[in-house]
Design a binder for this molecule. Structure first.
Ligand SMILES: [Zn+2]
Ligand SMILES: [Zn+2]
Length: 577
C-alpha cells in the first residue's frame, strides 16, 4: 500500500472536513481550484472513512479518474457507471456517476454514511433534480447521512452561491443554497505562488477587441440573438484578432480560442492555419470530439476553437495561450477559461491569456456572487459601519481610487449570539417601514419585523403625480450650500431645475433629521454628522434620492418625501429607458 503524500493545503482540507463532521451533520463544501489535486483529497477522505462512502460526479471521465487515483494508492473501491459498463455495489467505497446511481439505487442494499460530490456546483437546488432525489432517498435510509461537496467555483450562474456560511466569518447572500457551510478554500494565487500552477500573463487586448458591454442589460433568452447581431458589426475585428493570435502563437505550443457562438467559432476557424486547427462545438459528435482532443493533446494540432464546451474537466497541460473572444458573465467563468492554460508542463514558463472581449475581470479577484451590473464596475471593498466586516461588492471608484458607489445591499458579516450565528442586519440600501421604522430589503413587499404591507413606491409616485399642488422631481444629483449654520441641500433634476431644503445645524433636532434622512444613506454606510465641515468633507459620498416629492406652499415648494434606491416602473434620471 502506498502512503498518501499530501500537499500542505490538501492536509488542511482533509483536517477541516474531519473537524467539521465531528461537530456537525450539516452539509459542507471545500473549494479547491483546478490543478490542486482534488482526487487525492477525495482518496484520503475515502481512506479515513469508517462507514460506507459514495463519491459522485456528473462526468464519466471524472468518475474514472477519481477511482483510478484511489486504486493507484493500493485500495479497492467499487465503480458504478453505466457508461463504463461497471455496476459494483459491494465495496465500502463506491465511485459513481450521478446518472447511473439515480437509476440504480435499488441495487445497493447498504447504507451510506457520507456522500462526496465532485464538481458540486452542478448540484441544482431544485427538488426534482437527479442529485436532490438521490440525496433524499439515501437520507431516508440513513437520516444522519453526511454530505460534502468539492468545487473550484462555489457559485452557479443564474442560481447564485451554493452555500450559506463561510468559515472566514461571513454569510453568502443566497436564497436556497444546497450546502450549509464552506469549510475550506484555497485561493488560486497560492497555488501559483507555490509553483503548482503556471503563472498567467493576463492582457487586455488594446488594438483589436469587441465591446460586449451592451449585452449586460439583455436577458438570457435573447443573448444569443443580440450576440450574433453585435458580432455582425465586427466583420474585420474577428479577422484581425485571429491574425494577431496566430502571430503570437509562433512562440507558443498550444492555443485555445473561446468563441461567443457557433457562427463566430466557424468564422474564427476560417482564419486559422487549416492543417493545424480544429473546431469543437456542442454538436460535434463524441467520437470526432475525442479524436480532435487527442490530436490537440499530442500537439498534432496547435489551435483549438470551441464554444463553451471545454471549460471544465478539459485537461491539456501544454496549452500556453488562451484567447478569449466571448463575453464572460462571471469571474468564476473567466477563471475556468483561464485555468485551462495554467497546468504545469515541461519547459512551460507562463501562459498568455488575452481578453479580446473587454470583460475586465481580474483572474485573482473574488467572485462577487451577482452578475456585473455595468461594464465600468469593479470589485470594491466596503466596510460595515456596524460590525466592521469588509464586504466585497460591485462598485465604482473615482480617479483617486476612492470608492464612490457600490451595488451591495446588505452586510455579509457573520455575528454571533452565543451559539447562534446570524447575518449582520446592517443594510446599505433599504425600504423603511412607515409603521415600525424597520429597514427592509428594497424588494420586500411586507415588513419582515411587523408584517405590515409596505407601501409600493409606485403608488406614492402615482398619487403625487395626480395632485395639483405637488411636484415630482426625477433627481439626478445633490449638492450642498451653507447659509451661516444652516445647511442647504439642493436636489437637481436632469434639466437643471432644483428643489431645496434646509437643515439648521445649530439645533440638535434638525441635525438629527439630516442624519436620519441623508447621513443614514451614505454609500459607504451610515454616518452621523455634527458639523457642516464634516458634511463638506464627505460631500462626494452622499447618495441622491431617485425622486423628490414636494408640495406647493405659497411661493415655495416644501419637500415632503424623498425616495431612495427606487425600483419600479418609472424611469430614473439618466436611465435610457
Ligand atoms: Zn455588518
Ligand atoms: Zn414594520
Amino acid at each position: 500500500m502506498t502512503a498518501i503524500v499530501l500537499r500542505n493545503y490538501q492536509k488542511q482540507a482533509v483536517t477541516a472536513t474531519l473537524n467539521h463532521f465531528r461537530q456537525s451533520q450539516e452539509s459542507a463544501i471545500i473549494v479547491l481550484p483546478m490543478g490542486s489535486g482534488k482526487s487525492l483529497v477525495i482518496a484520503e477522505l475515502a481512506r479515513l472513512a469508517r462507514g460506507n462512502l459514495l463519491v459522485l460526479t456528473h462526468v464519466q471521465e471524472l468518475v474514472e479518474q477519481n477511482h483510478a487515483k484511489y486504486e493507484a494508492l493500493g485500495f479497492t473501491a467499487g465503480l458504478f457507471s453505466a457508461g463504463l459498463g461497471k455496476r459494483q455495489t459491494q465495496e465500502q467505497v463506491t465511485f459513481a456517476s450521478i446518472q447511473s446511481i439515480a437509476n440504480g439505487l435499488t441495487e445497493f442494499n447498504q447504507q451510506f454514511s457520507l456522500i462526496i460530490i465532485d464538481e458540486c456546483h452542478r448540484v441544482s437546488n431544485k427538488d426534482d433534480s437527479q442529485y436532490q432525489q438521490v440525496i433524499s432517498t439515501l437520507r431516508e435510509r440513513n437520516p444522519s447521512l453526511m454530505l460534502l461537496g468539492l468545487t473550484a467555483t462555489p457559485y452557479r450562474l443564474g442560481q447564485g452561491w451554493i452555500y450559506r456560511y463561510d468559515y472566514r466569518g461571513f454569510v453568502r447572500e443566497t436564497n436556497h443554497a444546497v450546502f450549509d457551510h464552506c469549510i475550506y478554500e484555497l485561493p488560486l494565487s497560492q497555488l501559483i505562488r507555490e509553483g503548482f500552477l503556471t503563472p498567467p500573463v493576463c492582457i487586455d487586448a488594446a488594438l483589436h477587441h469587441y465591446d460586449f458591454s451592451s449585452l449586460i442589460a439583455v436577458d438570457h433568452q435573447h443573448q444569443t440573438q443580440a450576440l450574433s447581431h453585435l458580432l455582425r458589426k465586427y466583420p474585420r475585428v474577428t479577422r484581425a484578432i485571429t491574425e494577431e493570435v496566430v502571430e503570437l502563437a509562433k512562440s507558443r505550443r498550444g492555443v485555445m480560442l473561446f468563441a461567443a457562438s457557433v457562427e463566430h467559432a466557424k468564422e474564427i476557424y476560417r482564419y486559422l492555419p487549416e492543417q493545424q486547427s480544429a473546431i469543437i462545438t456542442g454538436s460535434t459528435d463524441r467520437q470526432s470530439r475525442q479524436n480532435l482532443i487527442n490530436a490537440f493533446k499530442q500537439q498534432q494540432l496547435k489551435f483549438l476553437v470551441n464554444v463553451s464546451v471545454l471549460t471544465t474537466g478539459f485537461d491539456a497541460p501544454h496549452v500556453d495561450l488562451i484567447a478569449i473572444l466571448r463575453p464572460t458573465e462571471s469571474v468564476s467563468l473567466y477563471q475556468q477559461i483561464a485555468g485551462r492554460g495554467l497546468r504545469l508542463y515541461p519547459d512551460k514558463k507562463d501562459c498568455l491569456i488575452i481578453d479580446y472581449a473587454a470583460n475586465g475581470f481580474n483572474l485573482f479577484s473574488p467572485e462577487i456572487g451577482s452578475p456585473k451590473p455595468a461594464a465600468d464596475t469593479e470589485a470594491v471593498q466596503v466596510f460595515c459601519p456596524l460590525c466592521n466586516f469588509a464586504n466585497i461588492f460591485w462598485g465604482r471608484r473615482d480617479e483617486q481610487g476612492q470608492v464612490i458607489e457600490h451595488f451591495g445591499r446588505r452586510c455579509q458579516g457573520l455575528t454571533f449570539q452565543g451559539e447562534n450565528k446570524r447575518q449582520c442586519h446592517y443594510r446599505f440600501v433599504f425600504k423603511e417601514c412607515p409603521f415600525c421604522n424597520h429597514e427592509n430589503d428594497i424588494a420586500a413587499r411586507r415588513c419582515e419585523h411587523c408584517d405590515n404591507v409596505l407601501i409600493d413606491p409606485d403608488d406614492i409616485l402615482k398619487r403625487a403625480l395626480s395632485l395639483k399642488d405637488a411636484k415630482v422631481m426625477r433627481c439626478a444629483g445633490i449638492s450642498f450650500e451653507t447659509d451661516q449654520q444652516r445647511l442647504i441641500v439642493i436636489y437637481h433634476d436632469e434639466q437643471g431645475d432644483t428643489l431645496k431644503e434646509a437643515f439648521d445645524f445649530s439645533y440638535t433636532k434638525s441635525r438629527h433629521r439630516f442624519n436620519e434622512q441623508l447621513g443614514r444613506r451614505m454609500y459607504m454606510g451610515s454616518k452621523s454628522f455634527n458639523s457642516l465641515d464634516e458634511v463638506f468633507q464627505l460631500e462626494a459620498q452622499f447618495k441622491h434620492p431617485d425622486f423628490v416629492i414636494a408640495k406647493r406652499q405659497g411661493h415655495f415648494w416644501k419637500i415632503e418625501e424623498k425616495l431612495f434606491d427606487y425600483q419600479g416602473r418609472y424611469r430614473k434620471a439618466n436611465q435610457l429607458y
